[in-house]
Design a protein around this ligand. Sequence first.
Ligand SMILES: Cc1ncc(COP(=O)(O)O)c(C=O)c1O
Length: 403
Amino acid sequence: MLNIPDFASFRNVATPFYYYDIDLFNKTVAEVAELSKKYNVHVHYSVKANSDSRLNDIISAAGLGTDCVSGDEIEFAVSCGFDPKDIFFAGVGKTDKEIVQALQVGIGAFVVESLEEIVIIGDLAKKLGRRVSMSLRINPNIDAHTHHHITTGLYEDKFGISDRSFDEAASLVKSYDNIDFFGLQFHIGSQILDVEEVVKLECERVNDIVARFERDGMIVKNIDLGGGLGIDYDDPDNNPVPDFETWFRTIRKYLVARPEQGVHVEPGRSLVGQAGSLISRVLYVKKGENRRFLMVDAGMNDLIRPALYGAYHKIENLSAHYDDNDSREMRVYDVVGPVCESADTFGKERTLAKSHRGDLIAIRSAGAYGQVMASHYNMRPFAPSVYSDRLAEAPRRKDYFAK
Ligand SMILES: Cc1ncc(COP(=O)(O)O)c(C=O)c1O
């Protein structure tokens, strides 16, 4: 069950909201920072997973870098205190404006995804009289054993440069006297759980590709293996901190890297996923013809992952636990939101404590790709961030029946 130190205060916060467990988050970030040193693997947090400014301040204070995919993410990362030199700028569709912005900020490296991009970035940098540091994103054609919407390293995906174009990419980079070749980047997908198997495969493929570029006279100074470490959506209480150590150890075991070669990763989900939950309140318990619906006040506009990927999130009735000591009978519900779409369903046939209007419901493991993907659909407002150690500052709910 979600740990809430002060339920009396928590229950009066206006719903829906994203609740961030700051103790757990600090612990997760501290662990990554320590393991990063132990294994000498540079960690660049993928801002796209969660751009809450307090969480990003904590990550930057731990000395990690970032992986950004838009001009606004770069500006945001700088405002959170990340060193521009530790910012990588990736993404398949960088605009000219964003490229110029990144050059002016002085980011660590562009991660380019196509031959056209090498030319555009090289030319824009030349026009501005700048040198530019560039990594090539490689499409290694590896299956990450994950949902097809979140695999990115197969030929059928839009990402990266495939082996057919390696020679051309290398000669293009060499043809620019203002491009510094930074290295190679790989990201094969997200929510990887078969870490040892998949990362071993990834490293073996990376070793071959690095060797091929070096045979071609391209010194690969940095190898970036992307993000992708998965989290336990089924059992967040037993696995609150993902297994970063197995990830880093597997990389160091199978990746052939010279001591002077930098090894980088770009985790997103694994840093922020378990620290966040979407909290909502039961509006109605509706008995349909065949099913019982728990209508809550959060919708797919707040958390789209179940509708978008059929993603599973654990759902809990906090009131039944904290107020009634788990003494209520269990019932089966479809947990749904108020948005006018049938896809606005957080979970089907979930066994939960018998629920009533006003009960607080937690949708767990929602810290990654949750709040950042929220929309105003149905003109619904954005759910704010609420931090476990700052409950008193959170907006209070209004009781419309109070005299
Ligand atoms: C290039 C790149 N790096 C890192 C990430 C972060 O992945 P994850 O959140 O699975 O760690 C992504 C996610 O889409 C990505 O595309």
